[in-house]
Design a protein around this ligand. Structure first.
Ligand SMILES: *Cc1c(COP(=O)(O)O)cnc(C)c1O
Length: 367
């Protein structure tokens, strides 16, 4: 049986990207596999990253970390979104390192008296995760019932390497590391770099880099850093979908919900078997699919399970033909970057929102 749509994952591309990022940083690499490995499949990519030389895996949720452990991941795993009330006992039992960003969470961990492995998360200027207002009080607590493995933070503007906020955050990080040292806590692993900093800010490397988007072969910011090709990265996901229907229509045909589009001339329309329930953004304007060597733009609104494309008057497409929704761009097809731009979003959101009903197909080489 053939699927109506597939996300084809080139595992060799991920291996190549990991090698490149490890060479660039020269330190241990934490492969970020949160959000179903950015839509590529948590377990498959977690295991592939481990095999490809990643030293750590990083996830947001405890459930993600436990799933990796129970499917054979042996390298260290850090999970960084465990609010108070999380099952810290389970995390400890599965040998999962836990990021701590609040006194409430620290107290729960400490009261287990089990020497749980923690990474202290500090807010150095992004005003999102990490200690900020509780920091001075935190420094007065008893650290004897935990093992402090790391201290880390996160950049807000690493994709804009010339912004002053980057050195400001770095200074703040060093100051907070010194605060800890002053009370006798010297975490062996300091880390702050995401993909953009790993590639563009070598002052921020420390002991470990946490790479997400670049490992999947995409640029953290096409405008400021260039695209995948410019960065030497190989996009790992190709999304393809079948034409459910192909129909010849006359000029003046009203297309889709709300009749927001009208055909300007006689043409061939393709009905693509994917929709917003599969992660195709309803707001996408200047995107489409690639068929027979050319781009066929979206026409009309994207529906839940399908959208229409204009294949042009001379198209030879027939129902059941495959189209490429996005790929690495080497054949002229749209990329995840294009879909991000076309929907006022970013490549991160495009790949992470490919829905669960789209099967992921793994191959060492897809095309
Ligand atoms: C998601 C995330 C990363 C990875 O960011 P990329 O830009 O995808 O490399 C790194 N660290 C933390 C804390 C994150 O939440």
């Amino acid at each position: 049986m053939e699927h109506r749509a597939e996300a084809r994952i080139d595992v060799a591309a991920i291996t190549a990207n990991i090698s490149l990022l490890k060479d660039l940083s020269g330190v241990d690499l934490l492969a970020v596999v949160k959000a179903d490995a950015y839509g590529h499949g948590l377990i498959e990519i977690g295991l592939a990253a481990q095999k490809s030389g990643a030293d750590w895996l990083g996830v947001a949720l405890l459930e993600e970390a436990i799933a990796l452990r129970t499917h054979g991941v042996q390298i260290p795993i850090l999970a960084w979104l465990l609010p108070p009330g999380s099952d810290f006992r389970a995390a400890h039992n599965h040998n999962i390192d836990i990021a701590v960003a609040s006194i409430a969470a620290f107290n729960e961990l400490s009261s287990m008296k089990s020497q749980a492995r923690i990474h202290i998360e500090v807010d150095t200027g992004m005003t999102r995760g990490g200690f900020l207002d509780e920091w001075q009080e935190f420094l007065t607590l008893d650290f004897s019932h935990v093992e402090v493995v790391g201290i880390f933070s996160h950049f807000a503007r690493a994709d804009e390497p010339n912004e002053k906020q980057n050195p400001d955050q770095l200074n703040r990080f060093n100051a907070m590391v010194a605060d800890l040292a002053a009370i006798g806590i010297n975490p062996p692993i300091k880390h702050i770099s995401n993909s953009a900093a790993t590639m563009k800010n070598h002052d921020a490397t420390f002991d470990l880099v946490r790479t997400g988007i670049a490992m999947y072969g995409l640029s953290p910011d096409v405008k400021t850093l260039g695209d995948s090709k410019a960065l030497g990265l190989k996009p790992a996901m190709q999304l393809r979908a079948k034409l459910h229907l192909v129909k010849k229509v006359p000029a003046g045909s009203l297309v889709g919900y709300g009749a927001t589009a009208v055909t300007k001339a006689d043409t061939t329309l393709g009905v693509v078997a994917m929709g917003y329930a599969d992660g195709i953004p309803r707001t996408a304007q200047a995107a489409g699919v690639f068929f027979d060597g050319t781009r066929a733009p979206i026409i009309g609104r994207v529906s839940m399970d399908q959208f229409m494309v204009d294949l042009g008057p001379d198209s030879t497409a027939i129902s059941g033909d495959w189209t490429i929704v996005f790929g690495d761009g080497s054949r002229g097809e749209y990329t995840a970057d294009d879909w991000g731009a076309a929907s006022s979003s970013i490549n991160y959101e495009i790949i992470t929102r490919i829905g669960p009903r789209v099967p992921r197909i793994y191959a060492p080489h897809v095309y």
